[in-house]
Design a protein around this ligand. Structure first.
Ligand SMILES: Cc1cc2nc3c(=O)[nH]c(=O)nc-3n(C[C@H](O)[C@H](O)[C@H](O)COP(=O)(O)OP(=O)(O)OC[C@H]3O[C@@H](n4cnc5c(N)ncnc54)[C@H](O)[C@@H]3O)c2cc1C
Length: 397
């Protein structure tokens, strides 16, 4: 078996892993990034929505190379199809080219000095005296052992690193998604992202239409909790119920899982950090994880490099990463999860009522976990009794 030695080994060249690799390499430590596929970003399991802030935190500008469509409005449809419109005075969004985005981030990691192996699938972590000390990977039939002072698991929701290191087999709550890339469309307003909620459309989650141009869009949905059918069956019904998609051509089909139970309890241990989806670091209400992945990767890469410099890669030292992440994004993830749990208590009729009293600013804040307690108490004041009681569940939690 081939043996390699690095300061930091990073598993997975998604947004989290490439960000971690770039940051650690820039700080002068010896880094290797491992990706099981031939190139980063393919296959692409994403609706490709990203804010300008998300792009900026990834060190990128909204250039034509990365962006398919600028988004200046969002519409959220209640089950009765009444909708609320969010304009972009508080946010700027894009439908990105996620394959290109991931590819560029992996290239930036290499330019910063990281070594990069594609077609390399990690199958286990190496442990020495209870400390994670590297990984075992397969390159074709060849097994490679890579020893490292710090391992960063950036290998997505099904993370082999998380499972083999004993930090958790699965999440308490996930959304199962299905998505078509549809072509041959004639969208009147390609700058509008659409979200649809309701038990007939996407039980426990939502359906989305994210235009990539007036001719093309990512149209998908997630299902969660009680659903009577698969995500793809709900999606087929959703698409056939909308006349705009009558002549559509299916360009590709994808799917995937988003963990929405919030950050796992333990995502740092001796010699190990988990970032992005591997640690459940998504915004539960929206299922958005690219921005949080980049932020967690940047932080983990920095703490990994600094702890190596200090000669201390114990869980205590690496916990600086978790603490810093929790300070900045942890509360938002936690609060957004509480909103998910609160909305679980609403039936379709309640959601229709809520749509009568909620404002677009409220939706934006609730979905993204911003200032949630204040927003909920504001909505309570203008709600009918039934909704007031349901919202009170959040106030009590
Ligand atoms: C249908 C769908 C739509 C979504 N839409 C959006 C959206 O619009 N906006 C948004 O912000 N988020 C969205 N998300 C969530 C987002 O895609 C994830 O949160 C994000 O990709 C997390 O990044 P990551 O780097 O942590 O993991 P990933 O992007 O999953 O990257 C993990 C990488 O690790 C590699 N890997 C896995 N196992 C191994 C192994 N054993 N060895 C080596 N390499 C390995 C994988 O090939 C992959 O390249 C969506 C998710 C789904 C399922």
């Amino acid at each position: 078996m081939r043996l390699l030695k690095y300061d930091v080994v990073i598993v997975g060249a998604g947004p989290s892993g490439s960000s971690a690799a770039k940051t650690a390499a820039e700080l002068g430590v010896n880094v290797i990034l491992l990706e099981e596929h031939p190139r980063a970003g393919i296959p692409n399991h994403c609706a490709e929505g990203l804010s300008l802030n998300g792009l900026k935190d990834a060190g990128l500008e909204p250039t034509e190379k990365i962006i398919s469509q600028k988004i200046t409005k969002a519409r959220v449809y209640a089950p009765n199809k009444r909708f609320l419109e969010l304009t972009s005075s508080n946010w700027v969004g894009y439908t990105i080219k996620r394959d290109v985005f991931d590819q560029i981030l992996s290239e930036k990691a290499c330019s910063a000095g990281a070594d990069y192996f594609t077609n390399t699938k990690v199958i286990d972590v190496i442990k020495k005296n209870g400390t994670v000390a590297g990984v075992v990977a397969l390159q074709g039939d060849e097994k490679i052992k890579i020893e490292a002072k710090v391992v960063i698991g950036a290998d997505g929701f099904a993370s082999v690193v998380r499972r083999s290191a004993g930090l958790g087999r699965w999440f308490l709550d996930v959304v199962s998604c299905a998505q078509y890339r549809l072509g041959n469309l004639k969208l009147d307003e390609p700058w509008v992202n659409e979200f649809y909620i309701g038990s007939n459309v996407a039980p426990g989650a939502y359906a989305w239409v994210f235009p990539k141009s007036s001719e093309e869009a990512n149209v998908g949905l997630g299902v969660r909790r009680v659903h009577t059918d698969s995500a793809i069956s709900y999606l087929k019904r959703f698409i056939s119920s909308d006349d705009r998609f009558k002549e559509a051509k299916i360009l590709s089909i994808t799917g995937g899982i988003t963990p929405v139970s919030g950050a796992i309890e333990k995502f740092v241990s001796n010699g190990l950090m988990l970032v992005g989806d591997a640690a459940g670091l998504l915004i539960p209400c929206t299922g958005a994880g690219v921005h949080t992945g980049v932020v967690s990767g940047n932080l983990a890469g920095k703490v990994a490099a600094e702890s190596i410099e200090d000669g201390d890669t114990s869980a205590n030292r690496l916990a600086e990463y978790k603490d810093k992440f929790q300070e900045t994004w942890g509360k938002r993830i936690q609060d957004s999860r509480k909103v998910v749990e609160m909305l679980d208590k609403f039936d379709d009729e309640d959601l229709n009522l809520l749509a009568e009293v909620i404002t677009s600013e409220d939706i934006l804040a609730l979905a993204n976990g911003h200032d949630v307690a204040r927003v909920v108490s504001r909505i309570v004041r203008r709600s009918p009794i039934k909704i007031m009681k349901l919202l009170a569940a959040y106030m009590r939690s």
